[in-house]
Design a protein around this ligand. Sequence first.
Ligand SMILES: [Fe+2]
Length: 489
Amino acid sequence: MRHPRFVSFAEQICHMQCATRENASRRGPFGQKTCLIAAYGDARSVWCCQIPADTACEGNLAVGQRFSLQMPSASVGVSSAWLAGCEQSDALFALLAPSTFYVRPIPERHRIIFYLGHLEAFDWNQVREALQLPAFDAELDHLFSFGIDPAQGLLPSEPPEAWPRREQVEAYARRARLAAAEAFASGHVPEVIQQVCIEHRLEHAETFAYMLHNLAPELKPKAAAPLQTDDSAGPAPRHETVLIPAGWATLGRSQSSPGFGWDNEYDEHSVLVPAFRIDRFKVTNRDYLEFVAAGAAPPHFWLEQNGRWYWRTMFGRVPLPLDWPVYVSHDQAESFAAWKQASLPTEAQFHRAAYGTPEADEGGAERAFPWGNEFTSHDEQGRSTGNFDFAAWDPVPVHATPGGDSAFGVSQLVGNGWEWTATRFAPFPGFGPFSFYPGYSANFFDDSHFVLKGGSARTAAPLLRRSFRNWFRPSYPYLYGAFRCVYPD
Ligand SMILES: [Fe+2]
C-alpha cells in the first residue's frame, strides 16, 4: 500500500543527505526503493538515494514500518527550516579533508570531531527530554551535549585520542538525527523546542565557519567556489559621520511578538538615547592599517609576507582588501576607538542608528531592518541590502550595499560583519531563562562578554532580526567581528 506521508518524509531526509554527499559519485548499491533501509543503515553511501514523489513504495514500507509507526498527521511534520539548517551544517563538514576531524582550529574550542556529534546530540537531547524518550547512547548524548567557552588560561588540552573514533561519531550522529527527525515528525515536540534546535544549528553554521576559516586552505579541498573579490563599489569610501538626533530606541521583543526569540531577547523596553555622531561606514582595513603603522598589533585575519599585507579568506588569501571591514576583537576595536578619541556604540546607540527613523521621533514606528520593515536581499532599485544569509564566504567593501542603509543614512548595520558594542552582555528587565535550556544566556551574564549586533555574510536570515543579540569574550579574535565608532554630538 502506498503511504504518501511516509514517502514525503523520507524524501526530505534523503534529499537533505543527497544534497551534501555528492550523490552521483557516492550512490551506493541501494536503489531508490530501499531508501528506508538506507535511513537506518550504517555505511555512508547508503545515504545517497532519493525517492521520487510518485514511487509506489510497498517494499520500503515493509522495511520502514518502525519509522512510519510514528509518522505525523498530514498537518504536521519535520520543518523545512530544520532540514535546511541540516543542509547548511552538512555542507560545512563536506568541505573538509578527512585529516582535519581531530584538529583544533581555535585553541578556545573543541576539536572538529566534537561538532560532528554536537549538532545532532543537541537536537536529540532536546527532543528526548521534551518527550521523555529513551536514550540509545547516553554516554555520547552527554559527551556531545554542550560546547566550551573557557576563560583565559584555561584552554582545553585533551589529546585527539580522548575522543571516539570518527566512524563511531558518524554512526551516532546519523542515528541521533533520525531519532530527532522522527520525534519532530510525531508532532509532539513543542514549537519552541523545534525553533531552538533550528536556531542553535544556524548559529553553529556561522561559528563553525569561523572555525574552518582558521584551517589552512589545503585542509578544505572541496572549496565551494573561488573568492570573487567585489570591486563593484567604486572609489574608496569617504570617512563621514552621521548625526543621530536624540530619541527613543526599542530593544528586545515583547512576549506578544509573533515568532521565536531567545530568552535574552525578552522583554521589550525603550531607552532614551542622547544625540551622537556615528561612522557612516564600518572601520576598514585601510583605516586600521594606519593604527598598525602607529604600533598596534595586526588583526588575526591579516598575514604579512615580504613586507606586504594579505587577508586570509575562507579558501585562500588576497592582498589586503583596503575597503573591506576590518575584523578584530573587542579589545582591538576599543583600542582603535580610543586612538581616534571616540568610543564603541552602546547597544542602544546601535539600535537608534539602525532602526530609528525621523518619523519615529514624532510618534512613528521604528523599522524592523535598517532598510525597512521587510526582510529582502535587494531594494526596489535592485541594490544589495547587505552581505548576509550565506551570500558569500568573505566580506565585501563597506560601501558595496547601499540598498541596506538605515533611515539616517548609516551603511551596513546588518551584514558584512557583526558589530562590537560597548555593552556588556546582561539580561534585559523581565528576563527569564528557558526551563529546557537554562544556560543558553544565563551562563554568560558574567561581565566577561560583550554584545554584538548586525550579522555577517554567514549569518542566517532568521538571526538578522532586530532583537537578536550575539556575544563573545572581548579578547576573542576569530569571529567575523567588525565595528564602527561613535562621537559625542
Ligand atoms: Fe552548541
